[in-house]
Write a protein that binds this ligand. Structure first.
Ligand code: NAD
Length: 260
């Protein structure tokens, strides 16, 4: 379905990004994977994707909060595959604390990675997409781009920003063959969420299993985690011809969280 297309997936060494990379590769896309982690594990992931799906995969160690790094990552996609057809902006971090106690350094890091990084990548990719008359920008927002939760001031601000910024790009590119949408996941069981579960267990003196159940109960009516592969399948659909008229949307994948 995506054979011959090339994609950059930021933050694809873990969690949701890794799931998206697997799904896009399974449908034939060549990939630039990105993110931090152990060099040998990243190389194993890169080579594994190539071997499993018969596509080409290169790695960029770009820090998405740095505009020059992000431009180099987009250029790597162009020099490796001749185009950047799909841009999935997924890299993100979290920090939870009340507004009064929230460290300015964490605020700045979350805004830099979760919001500005996406702006830099779209800015770098758009001229190439416009020249080709085709592009699919898929930003990974969150339910927290649509509603708030306590102790997530920077994250909620950044994710609301992603939803708004994506609408602007959708309007500026309407009719050009480029679309820009935001996927808004609810709870997905990744290292980012595992940290929150463990913090909850420690704080409340309960087991990790009980904290997991409580976390789901509090927000996600389905009582089930969304999987990275389910997010990946939606990203692949948004990259397909069938989704050519879907642009400027924010699509929740949240087991009913935002229906409440
Ligand atoms: P994760 O911690 O498992 O993975 C994050 C990835 O981003 C890793 O590959 C990491 O190396 C990379 N990364 C972090 N900082 C980076 C930087 N400066 N430059 C480049 N890469 C960087 O997290 P996840 O849960 O898979 O989250 C992925 C995205 O999904 C994030 O944007 C997150 O906000 C969003 N999200 C997650 C959930 C959830 O429940 N897990 C829900 C909604 C939205």
């Amino acid at each position: 379905m995506l054979k011959g297309l090339s994609a950059v997936v930021t933050g694809s060494t873990s969690g949701i990004g890794l799931g998206i990379a697997n799904v896009l590769a399974s449908k034939g896309a060549n990939l630039v994977i990105n993110g931090f982690g152990d060099a040998a594990a990243i190389e194993a992931e890169r080579a594994g994707l190539e071997a499993k799906y018969g596509v080409r995969v290169v790695y960029s160690g770009a820090d998405v909060s740095k505009p020059d790094d992000v431009k180099a990552m987009v250029d790597l996609c162009i020099s490796s595959f001749g185009a950047i057809d799909i841009l999935v902006n997924n890299a993100g971090i979290q920090h939870t604390q009340s507004v009064e106690d929230f460290p300015a350094e964490r605020w700045n890091a979350i805004i830099a990675i979760n919001l500005s990084g996406i702006f830099y990548a779209m800015q770098a990719a758009l001229p190439h997409m416009k020249a080709k008359g085709f592009g699919r920008i898929i930003n990974i927002g969150s339910v927290h781009g649509l509603i708030g939760s306590v102790h997530k001031v920077a994250y909620v601000a950044a994710k609301h920003g992603v939803v708004g910024m994506s609408k602007v790009v959708a309007l500026e590119t309407a009719g050009t063959g480029i679309t820009c949408n935001t996927i808004c996941p609810g709870w997905v069981h990744t290292p980012l969420v595992q940290k929150q579960i463990e913090a909850m267990a420690a704080q409340q003196g309960i087991s990790v299993e009980d904290a997991t159940e409580k976390l789901l109960l509090a927000k996600q009516p389905s009582q089930q985690f969304v999987t990275p592969e389910q997010i990946g399948e939606l990203a692949a659909f948004l990259a397909s011809d069938a989704a050519a008229q879907i642009t400027g949307t924010a699509i929740p994948v949240d087991g009913g969280w935002t229906a409440q």
